[in-house]
Design a protein around this ligand. Structure first.
Ligand code: DGJ
Length: 690
């Protein structure tokens, strides 16, 4: 429960180890007081009476100290809220009231007809923040910008910024650099979360993997977004973020309309980068991911094996082989519907291709079930090929501008999901599809960015950007409610739509189209900074790698790489030898044994994937498992030992691979020998407390 000072103008929210405090001045300026280690309300009150620096006239003492800087007055920072009305631009708010409900604190402000409510909710040590804007006035209000939150860091020297950058097939790669004066802006102006940046940043000054203060922020929004990290002239640091990239207009609120921003979550940890990511993972498993206590099955996906060249019979052959190696969920990827024999046609027509699946999907679904597996399919509902029944019938249903080119990327156009008729069409098609066959799983793809985001005839076409995301969320919610047994995967050409928003409605995500097991280590290392292994799908595919780089690697290396997440197999099993299939079966069995630890345990990154040896460890109760990879051994040098984490130093642990017994203290302080050697070697080492 939030704590409130007697004067009703200082508030404190606390988690198990951290606190967050804010204060309202007599002039209704909402100041940030504290984000960091747990403090008491009296400490917050002491902070509240500390005078602001005397900065006038060329700097504002409010800058770098406000909870939610609005535009207007003596403020020179990037505003979190920028509003335009017929009278002008900017906001001058007055405080109306605070409210608490369960663990949520609401602070209500008003500027004329616009009600502005700031929301705060502590979940574990993660603080969720969002804003609602209600236009109670008689005229429209234009929201040029409405961020979810601004985060203020304490005074420290030498801030560093960590971010996860990428592109297609190279997502979520971690970079860490010193912050300098000015702004660092990341985001997406593409209509989806994007491969280029995960909506997450972390700030620290001297943290290591296991020690030191880390402040992290992650946005739950699956459309265009922006996070700006600013080091102000007095070196204070603020992070502001929300939906939409540009400041030219997020949304127009007609009289009586409201907008709720997405959640921007913040986490303080003094456990270093590892402690921070374990806290993020625990938060997502407890509050974000649906049914996170249920382990995800081992899946087979047909994409790399058969691409568009699929048939019922050939998928049946793959299904038999998949079942024989222990796969639990068989997913038919692209190519099963409409005229979809290549990426040039069929998107939008969500009926099984009659030549390929004469009896629809039910016979294959039943067959897969009879083999003891669940059955899944691929869809890309937000898109349409120009060569499709849907586009021929409704060319006006795509995003476009009158008299301008309709840009095709991968031969496809984006449906205008803001339109109700499009929403209803998709609901009808997908509901019918899920009712027509025993489908347990839907891989939901999104393979191009917005380019021509127009909506001819609509008075406020700009709303298409935000409404698309809301419509997607509603569609997913509706499908989940109508088909509660169906699990969903968020995919966007790999990891182009991974964020806390989509993750609250999907069961796992497709991490990257890059299935090379070595590249994957870096992608997975970055991914794990924020998201848990429980959602991180990873497939074992063919060697040499067919999609990307031709790199050859052993089945062992490929499996151990993919076992760090939700294991899948994506190779052409029809071409695998009996020996390979037998080895695969052993690895799948081994994965099932360690799955509870990987999917629900605490993750310790023992060594980063920067050449040489890298390793992760998962701990759950008295069990631990280490996955270790050696990229290349040089000059005959000994491979380093791995100092383990999260064990009981006073206990003994049995290695299930060798039967050896190790003292916990020895593993923690002197390390474990992996036995790895040469190039691209890997191992799984399981330990059980005795
Ligand atoms: C992109 C996805 O990331 C792939 O896994 C595959 O589903 C293709 N789309 C199919 O078109």
């Amino acid at each position: 429960m939030p704590e409130i000072a007697e004067n009703g103008r200082t508030w404190l929210l606390s988690g198990p180890t951290s606190s967050y405090a804010l204060h309202l001045t007599a002039d209704d300026e909402l100041l940030h007081l504290h984000w960091g280690p747990r403090i008491a309300l009296v400490d917050a009150e002491a902070l509240a009476v500390r005078p602001l620096p005397d900065y006038w006239p060329f700097e504002s003492p409010l800058d770098g100290r406000e909870e939610y800087p609005v535009e207007g007055g003596a403020r020179f920072v990037r505003p979190a809220l920028s509003v335009r009305t017929s009278e002008g631009r900017g906001t001058e708010w007055s405080f109306e009231a605070h409210e608490t409900e369960d663990d949520e604190l609401r602070l209500r402000f008003r500027d004329g007809g616009l009600a502005i409510t700031l929301h705060y909710r502590m979940r574990g040590d993660v603080l969720e923040r969002w804003v609602t804007l209600d236009n109670d006035g008689p005229a429209a209000v234009e929201l040029l910008r409405a961020d979810s939150a601004t985060w203020t860091l304490p005074d420290r020297d030498g801030w560093r910024l960590s971010q996860l950058h990428g592109r297609w097939a190279a997502e979520s790669r971690l970079v860490r650099s010193s912050l300098t004066y000015g702004e660092k802006v990341i985001g997406s102006r593409r209509g989806h979360t994007g491969h280029q940046h995960l909506p997450w940043v972390a700030l620290d000054t001297d943290a290591t993997e296991e020690r030191g203060e880390v402040f992290g922020c992650a946005l739950g929004w699956s459309g265009s977004w922006r996070i700006a990290v600013a080091q102000l002239p007095d070196a204070r640091v603020q992070i502001t973020g929300g939906a939409g990239y540009d400041d030219s207009g997020l949304l127009r609120l007609a009289a009586g309309e409201s907008f709720t921003t997405p959640v921007f979550a913040g986490l303080w940890s003094d456990g270093g980068f590892g402690g921070a990511s374990r806290a993020w993972h625990a938060y997502q498993r407890a509050y974000v991911i649906p049914d996170a206590d249920q382990d995800r099955p081992v899946l087979f996906n047909s994409w790399e094996a058969t691409e568009f060249d699929i048939s019922e019979e050939q998928q049946g052959v793959l299904a038999r082989r998949a079942a024989a190696i222990g796969v639990e969920l068989f997913v038919v990827d692209d190519g099963w519907f409409g005229a979809r024999t290549s990426d040039r046609a069929g998107l939008g027509d969500w009926k099984p291709n009659p030549d390929r699946f004469p009896g629809g999907l039910k016979p294959l679904g039943d067959y897969v079930h009879a083999l003891g597996m669940k059955f899944g399919i691929w869809v890309e509902p937000e898109m349409v090929n120009a060569d499709s029944e849907l586009y021929r019938a409704h060319p006006d249903w795509v995003q476009h501008q009158t008299g301008r080119k309709r840009t095709e990327l991968r031969n496809q156009l984006v449906l205008n999901l803001a339109r109700e008729d499009v929403q209803e069409y998709l609901w009808g098609q997908l509901h019918e599809l899920l009712s027509s066959a025993p489908i347990d799983y839907v891989k939901w793809d999104f393979n191009r960015c917005f380019t021509d985001a127009g909506w001819p005839g609509e008075a406020d076409p700009q709303r298409l950007w935000v409404d698309h995301v809301h419509a997607l969320y509603r569609l997913l919610d509706r499908l989940r409610a109508a088909h509660p047994g169906v699990a969903f995967e968020s995919c966007s050409g790999g990891g182009g739509r991974i964020d806390l928003g989509v993750m609250s409605r999907t069961d796992q995500v497709w991490t990257s189209d890059n299935t090379d097991p070595l590249d994957r280590l870096a992608i997975q290392h970055g991914f794990s900074q924020i998201h848990p292994a429980r959602v991180m799908a990873a497939w074992v595919t063919d060697s040499p790698n067919t999609q990307l780089n031709g790199r050859a690697s052993s089945l062992r290396f490929r499996f151990v790489s993919a076992m760090a997440g939700v294991l899948g197999v994506g190779g052409d099993l029809a071409e695998w030898t009996e020996e390979e299939l037998a080895e695969a079966r052993d690895w799948v069995d081994r994965y099932k044994e360690i799955r509870p630890l990987v999917q629900r345990g605490d993750l310790y990154r023992l060594r980063p994937p920067e050449g040489g040896l890298s390793a992760v460890q998962y701990v759950l109760g008295g069990e631990a498992v280490v996955l270790a990879w050696l990229q290349a051994q040089h000059h005959g040098e000994p491979v380093p030992v791995l100092r383990l984490r999260g064990l009981d130093p006073t206990a003994a642990y049995e290695c299930l691979e060798t039967g050896e017994v190790h003292r916990g203290a020895v593993l923690l302080h002197h390390g474990l020998r992996t036995g790895l050697r040469g190039d691209l070697d890997a191992s799984v080492i399981r330990l059980r407390r005795i």
